[in-house]
Design a protein around this ligand. Structure first.
Ligand code: NAD
Length: 311
C-alpha cells in the first residue's frame, strides 16, 4: 500500500524551514532551483551524475548570489549562509537518503526520467515528496514508475529560476490534495507565485507558448513576413518582452520541436503539427543561440544577437 504523508506532519516539516531538499540534475534549472531553496534557508543536496557539472553549478550559484548582493536583494551574510546550505553528491543513495522533498531537474528524456524516479522511489524515505521540473513529460506516467504515485507532482520552475515568479504546479492523476497543498505553500515560502494545473500535454505554459511560436514559424515559412517584422509585431503590439522567434532561439529549436511533438501525439489534433521549417532547421543542426544560429545568428557561446538571418 502507498505510504502517503500525513497533512499535519508535512505542513510542520515545510513551514518550520527545516525540510531537507534534494535537487537531481545540476544544469541550468537544477542550479537555479538549488539556489532559490538555499537562499530561503533550506538545506539542499544537489545531485548530478557529472562531478564537473556540480562544480560548475556551485560556481554559477555563487556568481548569481553575488549579483543579488550587488543589487541589494540579499546581504553578503545571506549569500554565505545560502552557499553553506548547499552540499553536492554524485550518488543518489547519499544525496536523497534524508530528503523530505526531491525536485528532479535532469535532462528532458522520458526513459531517463522514468528510470530516475524508479531509483528515487527506492532510495528516498517513505513520505518524501517526489517532484519533477519536466516541461512536457506526463506527471502521471512518471508517477506510475514509482510505488508512491500520490506523492509525485510537477513543480515547473521558469528560467532563470531566481528571477522568474511563476511555479506551474501540475497534479498527476493520483497526486493527493495534501501533496498539492504542501507544494503550493512551499512555493509561497520561496517567494514564488504557484499556479495549479492538471496533467494534460504541455500543461498550460507550453500548451499556449509553443503553438504561438510554431505559428510564428509558419508565418515566416509561408512568407507572410520576415523574422524582424514577426518579432516586432509581437513585441510592440502585444507588449511581449521578446519576439517569438528570438524566444524560440533561446529555448532551443530542438526543445520547441520536441514539445510540439508531445502536443501533437498527446491530442492527436493536426493543429499541433510542427512547422516543416522548424523540422528542417532542427535536422540541419540550427538549434538557436546554443549553436550560434537559428532565426538569428549569435556570437558563439553567448546569447548576444548579431543579425536577423532569414528574410
Ligand atoms: P541541462 O541539460 O542544463 O541539465 C540537465 C542536467 O541533468 C545535467 O547537468 C546532466 O548531467 C544531469 N543529468 C543527466 N542524467 C542524470 C541522472 N541520471 N542523474 C542526475 N543528473 C543527471 O537541462 P535543463 O535545461 O536544466 O533542464 C532540466 C529539466 O528542466 C528538463 O526536464 C527541462 O525540460 C526542464 N525545464 C527547462 C527549462 C529551461 O529553460 N532550460 C525551463 C523549465 C523546465
Amino acid at each position: 500500500m502507498e505510504n502517503t504523508p500525513a497533512a499535519t506532519s508535512l505542513e510542520n516539516i515545510f513551514s518550520s524551514g527545516k525540510a531537507r531538499i534534494s535537487v537531481i540534475g545540476a544544469g541550468t534549472m537544477g542550479n537555479g532551483i538549488a539556489h532559490v531553496f538555499a537562499q530561503h534557508g533550506f538545506s539542499v543536496s544537489l545531485v548530478d551524475v557529472n562531478a564537473a557539472q556540480l562544480e560548475k553549478a556551485v560556481a554559477v550559484i555563487g556568481k548569481n548570489l553575488d549579483r543579488q548582493v550587488s543589487k541589494a536583494v540579499i546581504t553578503e551574510e545571506q549569500k554565505s549562509i545560502a552557499l553553506k546550505n548547499i552540499s553536492t553528491s554524485t550518488s543518489f543513495a547519499e544525496g536523497v537518503q534524508t530528503a523530505d522533498l526531491i525536485v528532479e531537474a535532469a535532462t528532458e528524456n522520458e526513459s531517463l526520467k522514468l528510470s530516475i524516479f524508479k531509483q528515487l522511489d527506492e532510495a528516498a524515505p517513505a513520505g518524501c515528496i517526489l517532484a519533477t521540473n519536466t516541461s512536457s513529460i506526463s506527471i502521471t506516467k512518471i508517477a506510475a514508475a514509482t510505488n508512491r504515485p500520490g506523492s509525485v507532482i510537477g513543480m515547473h520552475f521558469m528560467n532563470p529560476v531566481p528571477v522568474m515568479k511563476l511555479v506551474e504546479i501540475i497534479n498527476g492523476y493520483a497526486t493527493t490534495k495534501t501533496v498539492t497543498e504542501t507544494i503550493v505553500a512551499l512555493s509561497h515560502q520561496l517567494g514564488k507565485t504557484p499556479c495549479v494545473v492538471n496533467d494534460y500535454p504541455g500543461f498550460i505554459a507550453n500548451r499556449i507558448l509553443m503553438p504561438m511560436i510554431n505559428e510564428a514559424i509558419y508565418s515566416l515559412y509561408e512568407g507572410v513576413a520576415g523574422v524582424e517584422e514577426i518579432d516586432t509585431v509581437m513585441k510592440l503590439g502585444m507588449a511581449h518582452p521578446m519576439g517569438p522567434l528570438q524566444l524560440a532561439d533561446f529555448i532551443g529549436l530542438d526543445v520547441c520541436l520536441s514539445i510540439m511533438r508531445v502536443l501533437h501525439d498527446g491530442f492527436g489534433n493536426p493543429k499541433y503539427s510542427p512547422c516543416p521549417l522548424l523540422v528542417n532547421m532542427v535536422m540541419a543542426g540550427k538549434l538557436g543561440a546554443k549553436t550560434g544560429e537559428g532565426f538569428y545568428t549569435y556570437t558563439p557561446g553567448s546569447k548576444e544577437l548579431i543579425v536577423a538571418k532569414r528574410p
